[in-house]
Design a protein around this ligand. Structure first.
Ligand code: GDP
Length: 454
């Protein structure tokens, strides 16, 4: 950590602004070698923390670009180190030249995730907060962005700390009792301990059961639209995505293949897939489309099954619903504007029924609400923070298992020593989650997933 590192921090490609971050002991000295302020008074050495200066960056050939240099003094920076950020115009050629000049002045290329890793090692972030940084950067849906921001702000950390505090308290009780056992107090101590461990267990349980919600927020859900040709699948998809993506025509079977679209519903990313109606395809292309649609159904998180109010429900509709039986289904009775009244008693048992007239844009809001309800994200508090990934989940599960066993041991009147070992195991698992005692390998693994510049 003693050397000074630098990297381009903004996305690759053309942009209004591009930023090069220099972090480490000598960042000001290095930045001074490539930055010349317009006003001599604003030399980087003279700047205080959080102060910026306008000027230009140059290399041995001359001026590269205009630049604003922003200075941060340790520990008040992202990494916790002395940092200078050079903002220049966002073309990649400019940025590369500036970076090269910065390297010539003494910095070395930052490796993937190294800024955030330094922030972690300098105690600016916990390991799970560092993971939240990565999630924010890659967030597609607004709910994910908000939830990751909550995680970065320490929301999920708060629950973890609460559990940790309870367990540390329990452990202290245990060791006090083991060291100074008082006659007759054992039972009372056991009750208090039991209560503490139960509380920790129920909090851990919430984290585990909410994991799937967090995962949906993070990864979005796979949603497949099925239905006979011409019932209005493409129209519904267009309506949901408010964007003409698949071709809508009055000829049956026009959706010849899978059409996919990403829609943000209530902050959650829905990967919508409009299928070629699964009917007996006539030509080869259609047959391939139908085969792929069938595969999609098997892996979907949610199915929107469309029937048309124009006709009575028939065997083909039922066959499709049967096909999707094991997956959450919303049945959309479309074309209600035609004022036909098909008997829906035959299909009600397959899923919630929503009526709509996609062509006239009616019934979309109830449909959106039902989708959120089905995936358990209605009434979602976007600032809720969830454990973010399998690594964190496995730590929480480990802690849960240890606490569960400790509770069992108390019930069976095992020695408090044994309970103490399990409580310690649970605390250890949580410390691995936050990174407080994570092994180097775990830390390296977490940061290996970052990109350069973060
Ligand atoms: P798909 O084959 O299931 O994808 O059906 P399309 O979305 O291509 O729609 C087939 C036809 O039904 C088109 O002519 C649409 O304009 C029409 N359509 C779709 N939704 C409605 C609706 O709510 N009411 C009426 N009257 N027609 C609709």
């Amino acid at each position: 950590m003693s050397d000074t590192i630098a990297a381009i921090c903004t996305a690759n490609g053309v942009g209004g602004i591009g930023i090069i971050r220099i972090s480490g002991e000598n960042s000001a000295e290095i930045a001074s070698k490539v930055f010349r302020p317009k006003n001599e008074k604003n030399k980087i050495d003279n700047l205080k923390g959080y102060q910026a200066a306008f000027g230009c960056v140059f290399d041995e050939k001359g001026v590269i670009d205009e630049c604003i240099a922003l200075k941060f003094n340790a520990p008040y920076s992202y990494t916790g180190e002395n940092t200078v950020e050079l903002s220049v115009h966002g073309g990649s050629a400019v940025l590369k030249q500036v970076l090269r000049a910065v390297f010539s002045a003494g910095a070395r290329q930052a490796t993937a995730g190294e800024f955030t890793k330094r922030a972690f090692l300098n105690g600016k972030l916990s390991l799970n907060q560092a993971e939240a940084v990565m999630d924010i950067v890659s967030a597609e849906g607004s709910a994910q962005a908000r939830s990751s921001a909550a995680a970065l702000g320490g929301e999920s950390g708060k629950i973890i700390s609460e559990i940790k505090d309870i367990l540390i308290y329990a452990e202290a009780m245990l060791s006090a009792f083991c060291d100074f056992p008082e006659e007759g107090e054992e039972e009372m101590e056991n009750d208090r301990l039991f209560e503490k461990l139960q509380k920790a267990k129920s909090l851990l349980e919430i984290l585990i059961t909410d994991y799937d919600k967090g995962k949906i927020i993070k990864n979005g859900i796979e949603c497949v639209i099925i239905g006979k040709p011409n019932v209005g699948k493409s129209t519904i998809m267009n309506l949901l995505s408010r964007f003409d993506r698949s071709i809508v025509t009055a000829v049956a079977g026009t959706t010849r293949d899978l059409v996919e679209e990403t829609v943000d519903i209530g902050g959650c990313i829905l990967r919508l897939c409009d299928t070629a109606g699964i009917h007996e395809g006539v030509d080869e292309v259609e047959k391939i489309g139908i085969e792929r649609a069938k595969q999609k159904i098997d892996t979907a998180d949610l199915i929107l099954a469309v029937v048309s109010a124009e006709n009575e429900i028939d065997n083909e509709d039922i066959k499709l619903l049967e096909r999707a039986k094991d997956i959450p289904v919303i049945i959309i009775v479309n074309k209600t504007d035609l004022n036909e009244n098909p008997d829906i008693s035959l299909i009600e048992k397959y899923g919630t029924v929503i009526f709509c007239s996609a062509k006239h844009g009616e019934g979309v809001e109830p449909l959106r609400q039902e989708i959120l309800k089905k995936i358990g994200l209605n009434n979602l508090d976007e600032t809720n923070s969830f454990i973010a990934n399998e690594r964190q989940l496995s730590c929480v599960k480990k802690a849960y298992k240890a606490v569960e066993n400790a509770i069992e041991d108390i019930k069976k009147n095992q020695t408090l020593d044994a309970v103490g070992v399990l409580t310690e195991e649970a605390i250890d698992a949580l410390l691995t989650l936050t990174g407080e005692n994570a092994s180097e390998a775990v830390v390296a693994e977490v940061f290996s997933k970052f990109c350069v510049g973060k």
